[in-house]
Design a protein around this ligand. Structure first.
Ligand code: BGC
Length: 243
């Protein structure tokens, strides 16, 4: 089955048609920058013009959102306008575009696509997927089963959220070298390992394409591997909601 996967993020909104059996993208990946003050209206207008119209799509949509999502309804919005809280993405897609939509947290989506495409990861027991972008997204799996809405980017470090300290946005804002940023990320990983002892960590999100640049700086008790789908994991995983 083909499904349009959409990944709403703090710096960009991405979409592509996905074959949910193979996890392959069947269209070009479209990305438009997240507008300033990203209200639902602005994002939905952008999705319509840039993604739905461009891909001439009128089928099912799987949507990843950067906040807690339960039964398609949004419960938190740390890096995006608070107006999203309370909105039901399934209802909204139906009302606005007459399309069937299923929505989940963006990091859960990325994690699901990694687990689906990597049977070896499933065998590792407790696996933590971390997406490093505007925020720090985390999804936790036990023997391949997702524990949804695991918000470990919001652990407290130095009096604020860990994602303020170790995300890619923090790296860019402070103009940190890979070495400097990796040192921060290692502190974060130490903290997470102390609390949750995962057997494996899968590293995804915007900067996973540069994984080679900082891989040798990363220290963790368990093995850290880059996401197979790199930055497409969110789109693919969102689409696989329909599996
Ligand atoms: C949100 C998470 C999200 C992560 C990555 C965090 O600020 O609370 O739900 O997965 O950012 O987008």
């Amino acid at each position: 089955m083909n499904v349009l996967g959409i990944d709403i993020g703090g710096s960009g909104v991405k979409g592509a048609i996905v074959d949910i059996e193979s996890g392959k993208l069947l269209s070009e990946k479209i990305r438009f920058p997240t507008p300033n003050k990203p209200t639902p209206k602005k994002i939905f207008d952008g999705i319509k013009i840039n993604i739905l119209d461009e891909l001439k799509w009128d089928g099912n949509v799987g949507c990843g959102f950067p906040g807690v999502v339960k039964k398609n309804k949004i419960y938190s919005a740390a890096n995006i306008e608070k107006k999203w809280i309370g909105l039901n993405l399934k209802k909204k897609f139906h009302k606005k575009f007459n399309l069937r939509c299923k929505a989940i947290n963006d990091a859960d989506a990325a994690g699901l696509s990694e687990i689906a495409l990597n049977p070896d990861v499933v065998k590792r027991g407790t696996v933590l997927v971390i997406t490093v972008g505007t925020g720090l997204g985390t999804s936790m799996f036990t023997d391949g089963k997702l524990i949804p809405n695991f918000e470990l980017g919001h652990l407290k470090m130095y009096g604020d959220c860990a994602e303020k300290y170790a995300s890619n946005l923090a790296r860019k804002k402070l103009n940190l070298s890979w070495k400097e940023w990796s040192a921060r990320f290692n502190e974060y990983i130490d903290y997470v390992e102390l609390l949750f002892s995962p057997n494996q960590i899968v590293f995804g999100g915007g900067i996973s394409k540069y994984f080679n640049e900082f891989e040798s700086n990363l220290t963790s008790k368990c093995e850290i591997i880059p996401a197979k789908n790199r930055n497409n994991a969110g789109i693919i995983g969102a689409a696989t909601c329909f599996k």
